[in-house]
Structures are given as structure tokens and as C-alpha cells.
Design a protein around this ligand. Structure first.
Ligand SMILES: *[C@@H]1O[C@H](CO)[C@@H](O)[C@H](O)[C@H]1NC(C)=O
Length: 159
């Protein structure tokens, strides 16, 4: 393991020298197993001010934008945790932004079992198949999926 890490560091340092990208930090996380911080640690403190308690089965409205650009969305919170609590997940992966992507999302939205949250197993926009990973294709993908993920949780993993 240590030799593998050393090899990676060596390759990266050669790559960094060739690219002349500079060094932004010499920080290296220690290799030994790390210990969880205790529950009373300062970084786990509840933020100051009013923190609304978790409400189950509640419809929340939220707004994004300023002035005349404000748009209103909503989402429902899940039921209380317990055995056999009904909750329907959709499972989507490798979505992209093709006509088939649209069929997939439409199928999910129109499914009679009405998914309440999506487990999204990556990949997302496939913008990388365009020259320079065209950022326009990230924007279009965001607008494409907003019709669903503005209104229910999407839980993401890397693809
Ligand atoms: C995508 O699907 C929706 C139905 O959910 C439809 O209204 C829309 O026209 C479709 N767009 C394209 C480009 O296929």
C-alpha cells in the first residue's frame, strides 16, 4: 500500500513538474486509521438561530431568485422512520439528455406508483462527449431534470 501511495505521489509530482501548474499545498492526510470526533465536538454544534425541527409528511415551499426572478417550488418530507413505512423510490442512472433520457424521466414521472425520491446512480449530463466538455450541456441538463428534482429529493452517487 505504502509503495502504491509512493508511486502515485511520484507520478503526480512528475506530472506537476511537467505541467508547471505550481503547488498549492503540501498537505497530506496521514495514512493511519482515523478516529471519529466525539459527538460533543465543536464542529458538530447546531447552528445558531432558529432551527426548525424535522417535520414529517409536510409540504415545504421554497423560492429561488431575487425580485422578479423569484420562482416557487415545493417538496414533501418523508414519513417518520419505522419498519414497513411505505415510501417509493425511483432508480435512475446514466440519464444524459437524449430523447431516450426524456422518455426515461417521463416514464418515472407518469408511473402510477408515484416515486417520492430518486436514487440516482450517476452518470449525469454526458457533457463530456462534447468539445471542451461543453458547459452549455450542463445547463441544459440542469433545466431538463429540474422539472422533477426541484420537487423531490434526488440522492446521488457517482456513476
Ligand atoms: C420530453 O417529454 C415531455 C413529456 O414529459 C414532452 O412534453 C416533451 O415535449 C419532450 N421533449 C422532447 C424534446 O422530446
Amino acid at each position: 500500500m505504502a509503495s502504491f501511495v509512493a508511486l502515485v505521489v511520484l507520478v503526480l509530482s512528475i506530472y506537476a513538474n511537467v505541467c508547471c501548474g505550481g503547488v498549492t499545498s503540501r498537505f497530506v492526510r496521514k495514512l493511519e486509521e482515523s478516529v471519529d470526533m466525539p459527538l460533543h465536538s465543536d464542529v458538530f454544534r447546531v447552528p445558531p438561530g432558529y432551527n426548525a425541527p424535522q417535520q414529517y409528511n409536510t409540504k415545504y415551499y421554497y423560492q429561488v431568485g431575487i425580485g422578479h426572478t423569484v420562482r416557487t417550488f415545493w417538496f414533501n418530507t418523508p414519513p417518520p422512520v419505522g419498519p414497513d413505512v411505505p415510501y417509493t423510490f425511483g432508480l435512475i442512472g446514466d440519464l444524459g439528455q437524449t430523447y431516450d433520457s426524456n422518455s426515461t424521466l417521463t416514464h418515472y414521472e407518469r408511473n402510477p406508483s408515484k416515486g417520492e425520491a430518486v436514487l440516482f446512480v450517476g452518470d449525469l449530463s454526458y457533457a463530456d462527449k462534447y468539445p471542451n466538455h461543453d458547459n452549455t450541456r450542463w445547463d441544459t441538463w440542469g433545466r431538463f431534470v429540474e422539472r422533477n428534482n426541484a420537487y423531490q429529493p434526488w440522492i446521488w452517487t457517482g456513476g
